[in-house]
Design a binder for this molecule. Sequence first.
Ligand SMILES: Cc1ncc(COP(=O)(O)O)c(C=O)c1O
Length: 416
Amino acid sequence: MAAVGQQGIEGLEHVFPLGSRIDEAGRLEIGGCDAIELAERFGTPAYVYAEDDIRARARAYMESFRAHTEHFEVVYASKAFPCTAAYRLLAAEGLACDVASGGELYLALRGGFPPERIYMHGNNKSDDEIRMAVEAGVGHIVIDSFDELDRLERMAPGQGVLLRVTPGITPSTHAYIATGQVDSKFGFGLDDVPRAIDRIHNLDLRGLHAHLGSQIFDLAPYEKLAEVLTAIGDYPLLNLGGGLGIAYTADDRPPGIEDYAETLVRGTPDGVTVLCEPGRSLVGNAGVTLYRVGTIKEIPGVRTYVAVDGGMSDNLRPMLYGARYEAQIADRFGGDSLSTIAGKHCESSDMLVRDAKLAAPAIGDVLVTPATGAYGHAMANNYNGVPRPPVVFCADGDARLVLRRETYEDLTDRDV
Ligand SMILES: Cc1ncc(COP(=O)(O)O)c(C=O)c1O
């Protein structure tokens, strides 16, 4: 997608939200809002999103599919950013959404998603979650196991379902986010699929689903996936999952949404409705995290630790999968002070970015890590009793708080 109006962040324009720029005073703007002022107004850490970025990517998805077919559905994989404001925005753009738990279903409904546009996932759905989905009238439940199939037959006669298939395709991504290989906790292996289909009597089997994994840069496995699923049988829906990669660092060059959509449509037989489930490629680059630098520890000849006021409680991905991010000082982009951005948690692994190049970082600086819009807020936790950060949406120079910061009182709210 073209980077519009991005000045002063050359080389990182594909990592920051669309419309981000460095203003005349050298300060970062997100959605027309000054990042330093946002840090002062909302405190740090804070998740800051450019609303227009999410909207532009949603439209790019819808238009890219529409250019090739009328038979498609773009399903927001809401685990990436399960926040009612995001559900509301994406529902208004005409997307469907998937949820992977009762909690996400609750949020999606509260965010205004029509139940018939919701797909319910989960490799271990509880009876309560199934009941909740059926009572809410969700359009489709994605069956993940024989046990669940039998329970759905009893509990949800007539329910629209898809069957989740593990297609035996391993994309090149981190092992923890690859899900298409045979050795997976998700779905039915190809050998089990015919037996599963035969066992469906009371349910309305509308199609097949598979998700290869995440942060995928090579589109060829999706062509293979469409082939494998199509060979299983003729169904009205074919859901080829999510996983399109995004740019977390300057060197990342993922395929465009247009190419991805074209690949999926090409692999889908005429008349069949093609579905995809993007998560990070809708919301990942739309969000940044603002931190405040608190201490700096220089170990001569070894390393300089720049410690910020968040860490593994607001961004678990570096610790979970060695995910890499960029970091910059919000009013001094560039620079070459080699720095390791450390969090404030009691774990040596609590490192947000190793070997970032910063412009002479100092205590009190606002530090920004881009591309934290997906699986940041979603995986946030209270380790060390740290309250979770707020979510701020910015557009046209206006910032609105859509989720407040947790308080210390929230930490004791569940005590009995
Ligand atoms: C079933 C399913 N669909 C879609 C996604 C979204 O993946 P991504 O955020 O990489 O697009 C996931 C991610 O875990 C998933 O498990």
